[in-house]
Design a protein around this ligand. Structure first.
Ligand code: HEM
Length: 161
């Protein structure tokens, strides 16, 4: 169960990032080009926030239930806070991603409530942009870029061994 949740958490990061990049580019180009706010703008914002929520849910499952890293760290919280890697998992990754989710949801709500097309794009550009930068800063890039079962070099090595 741990490896499946971790694999999904790894993979859905790409859905979040791709949706976030598209949402920000659409919002900036529409804002500067004075394009109307349309259904596609609503949809991409929704995909970004929903994928982020799924990712938060999977992350919380790892954090509170499945991850041996956090289980080990909780066993001696004080000592874990003195270790940079354990502190990253216990505090930094969690809090950075919760801030990002807050920013993305604020962008989604404010752009829906805006009274002009330009204001919708402007709010989406600012809040989705900030959320995306925050997510990029909180991703553990030192870990594998794809789930283990999708790593081609690993699969090839396994087949040849
Ligand atoms: C409250 C939110 C989140 C929590 C509590 C959380 C928690 C965790 C934990 C505990 C791990 C390590 C699991 C382990 O190796 O045992 C992890 C790994 C990871 N997290 Fe999160 N996470 C959250 C949000 C996110 C978000 C929003 C993203 C990206 C959009 C993300 C991307 C990743 C990646 C890429 C890994 C490494 C996966 C791997 O090595 O296969 N996390 N997360």
């Amino acid at each position: 169960m741990y490896s499946s949740v971790l694999a999904f958490h790894n993979l859905i990061r790409w859905v979040v990032l791709v949706a976030g990049v598209i949402a920000v580019i659409r919002a900036i180009t529409a804002w500067t080009g004075k394009r109307a706010w349309d259904t596609q703008d609503k949809r991409i914002g929704l995909l970004f926030t929903v994928a982020l929520d799924v990712q938060i849910l999977l992350g919380l499952l790892l954090y509170g239930v499945f991850s041996p890293i956090t289980t080990h760290a909780f066993a001696n919280f004080g000592a874990a806070m003195g270790d940079a890697t354990l502190r990253f998992w216990l505090v930094e990754h969690l809090s950075i991603m919760l801030v990002a989710a807050g920013l993305a949801h604020t962008g989604q709500t404010l752009s829906k409530k805006a009274t002009s097309h330009q204001a919708s794009h402007q709010r989406a550009a600012i809040f989705f942009g900030l959320a995306l930068v925050t997510i990029l800063a909180g991703i553990p890039w030192f870990r594998s870029l794809l789930p283990q079962f999708l790593e081609l070099p690993g699969i090839l090595t396994g087949l040849l061994a």
